[in-house]
Design a protein around this ligand. Structure first.
Ligand code: F6R
Length: 604
């Protein structure tokens, strides 16, 4: 969703901002803009469309420092030049970029209009520029603090005032902002992706905090101007991690790098002596685990489906009742929060609004919440009591693939850890440790079907609809397979438990509607073969993913290596990622930036 980049220092801010905006593109946006303080004051340029459209329209003399830039994902007001950020106050002295939603924007707009202010855009954000200018504080800090006191809602903001050309002011509440500490220069961004080319020393602002950035450093305080103390931390990601490395799309790169990703997720976490997992960040004592009655996992979209896989692993290995639920629904049903339940929030970005809201609701009710998170220092990571980092590296493509797999692996570790404190014996513990250790190599082997999958995907590219079915452990795999396909190819896809087929969706089956069936070689194999027979009897083509080279009735089978039954879903999902990718490629879709979607859904 929207992205922010800000710079203050001796360099010309324009190329720094432009490069930062390009780094933020993956989040999803529909317009972009920037403002710098140059000789002669504030200069602003904004444009509907891509960052390259903005770059093409920039005059040569567009130079200066400090500067702020923005990619906008429209919420209030259509994508247009005028609705793009930065927004200015009436005198053109103050420029503001804003992420989030100002909930009382309508009230603030009418109040400003009554004071004679002319608003030029349809956005909620523009009010901020006018409020800052009208606040007329002793310095920019005071003006921003006074302005934000009127605001209800969520914001990450960066503010310039041409009368104070040595600084940028940033503040946040419910929308992330990270400071980048450079050599005699400071940056800020909504996402470390926009910073790592310049510095890996970062400071995460907390909600209700603001910071004054100058070339010499930063000063943080609460919004009521009580100083806070924040030390920089080193981020793992290097700028090279954002390169495409010769792949046509980030998605392809991210699918194929999964062996290395899973090695990192597992690194240092397998305990060969006691056949368990080392998960130091959980902060759970054996006595806490012994007292657990339930595990509840919350996440949105693919994170929710990965949570379903995790619940299955925990239930079967640790024999603790476990389930997953969409985090986006959770807080609205006034959930019963139990003291002996372990809650786990799953989020690649750690910034998904609905997941954060679920965590906050749980914390308010006294729950213990763990996070399974990729982005280090993100809001979910900071607000949980402990957790597991995925160490998957930055995921640039909007659709998640490597972090889905890494999350499933992290749940394998968590399930093993819980299970070895509960009833799982050392022999079974060793079986799972060995299974986890084998995963990177097996993932590499499983991805060897890339070319076969590409050929099949091209054959089915023109179909209107594709069904996905799986049983028990295979069902979340089917859900995620369908999710990937619809997200990036825009082909309608639906997933069902295979056992439900006869209860409704079988009516859809016929020669025009292919079914992708998840058919592992397990105790449900015969039942899955019956499902395939039911489909083929009605003329429906079946593409199967499983362990056998051939399955009766299936038009084609993508085979993956066999691991332990609890971990098999990690491998079974891989050909389905490739299927979605190649089918979308055959249709010429914008694979890394599918329409209407954003990488990090920071609003409700
Ligand atoms: C699907 C996808 C989304 C995200 C969801 C949660 O490919 O990427 O469904 O999984 O928006 O995002 P995070 O994991 O960042 O909380």
């Amino acid at each position: 969703m929207c992205g922010i980049i800000a710079y203050v220092g001796p360099k010309d801010a324009t190329p720094v901002l432009m490069e930062g905006l390009a780094r933020l593109e993956y989040r999803g946006y529909d317009s972009a803009g920037m403002a710098v303080v140059g000789t002669g004051g504030l200069k602003v340029r904004k444009a509907k469309g891509r960052v390259r459209d903005l770059a093409e329209g920039l005059p040569r003399r567009f130079k200066g420092s400090p500067g702020i830039g923005h990619t906008r994902w429209a919420t209030h007001g259509a994508p247009s030049d005028v609705n793009a950020h930065p927004h200015l106050d009436g005198s053109g002295q103050v420029a503001v970029v804003h992420n989030g939603i100002i909930e009382n924007a309508a009230v603030l707009r009418s109040r400003l209009e009554r004071q004679g202010v002319q608003l030029v855009s349809e956005t909620d954000s523009e009010v901020l520029a006018h409020l800052v200018a009208l606040a007329d504080g002793a310095d920019l800090e005071e003006s921003v603090a006074v302005a934000l006191a009127h605001v209800e809602g969520t914001y990450g903001v960066a503010v310039l005032d041409q009368r104070q050309p040595d600084r940028v002011l940033v503040a946040c509440n419910g929308s992330p902002l990270v400071l980048g500490v450079g050599e005699h220069e400071m940056l800020a961004a909504s996402d470390v992706a926009a910073l790592v080319r310049h510095t890996r020393q970062v400071v995460h602002l907390d909600d209700g905090e603001m910071a004054v950035l100058t070339a010499d450093g930063y000063r943080t305080s609460t919004l009521d101007r009580r100083p806070t103390s924040k030390r920089p931390m080193l981020v793992e990601e290097r700028a090279e991690a954002y390169a495409k490395d010769g792949h046509p799309h980030y998605l392809h790169k991210e699918i194929l790098e999964q062996p290395a990703v899973v090695s990192r997720t597992l690194s240092g976490r397998l305990d060969e002596r006691f056949h368990t997992a080392h998960l130091g960040g959980l902060g759970l004592e054996a006595r806490d685990v012994a007292a657990l009655r339930r595990v509840k996992i919350l996440g949105c979209g693919s994170a929710y489906y990965a949570g379903m896989l995790g619940a299955g692993m925990i239930e079967s290995l640790a024999r603790i009742p476990a389930d997953a639920e969409p985090a986006s629904e959770y807080r609205y049903r006034n959930p019963v929060v139990e003291a002996d339940t372990l809650y786990v929030a799953v989020s690649q970005s750690g910034e998904t609004f609905d997941t954060i809201a679920a965590v906050r609701e749980l914390k308010r009710k006294g729950a213990r919440v763990l996070g399974v998170v990729n982005v280090v220092g993100s809001t979910v990571a900071r607000e949980c009591d402990g957790g597991i980092y995925l160490h998957a590296g930055p995921e640039v493509s909007v659709a998640s693939t490597k972090t889905f797999t890494a999350t499933a692996v992290a749940f394998g570790l968590l399930a093993l850890f819980l299970a070895r404190i509960r009833d799982l014996g050392p022999a079974d513990g060793k079986r799972i440790v060995d299974g986890l250790r084998a995963l990177p190599g097996q993932i590499d082997e499983a991805l060897g079907v890339d070319r076969d999958v590409a050929a099949v995907a091209t054959t089915y590219a023109e179909r209107q609809s594709i069904l996905f079915v799986g049983r028990v452990r295979g069902y979340p795999v089917a859900l995620e397979g369908a999710q990937k396909l619809k997200e990036i190819s825009y082909v309608h896809a639906e997933a069902y438990p295979a056992s439900e087929l006869k209860h409704g969706p079988l009516a859809l089956v016929g020669p025009e509607v292919p079914t992708v069936a998840v058919v592992p070689d397990d105790h449900l194999l015969d039942k899955n073969l019956s499902t395939i027979a039911e489909i083929t009897a009605r003329g429906g083509p079946v593409i199967a993913v499983g362990h056998r080279r051939e399955l009766p009735g299936a038009t084609c089978v993508w085979t993956v290596p066999k691991n332990e039954p609890e971990l098999d879903p990690v491998l079974l999902g891989l050909p389905l990622q490739l299927f979605a990718y190649h089918l979308a490629a055959a249709l010429g879709r914008d694979i890394d930036r599918p329409r209407n979607l954003a990488k990090s859904v920071t609003v409700e």
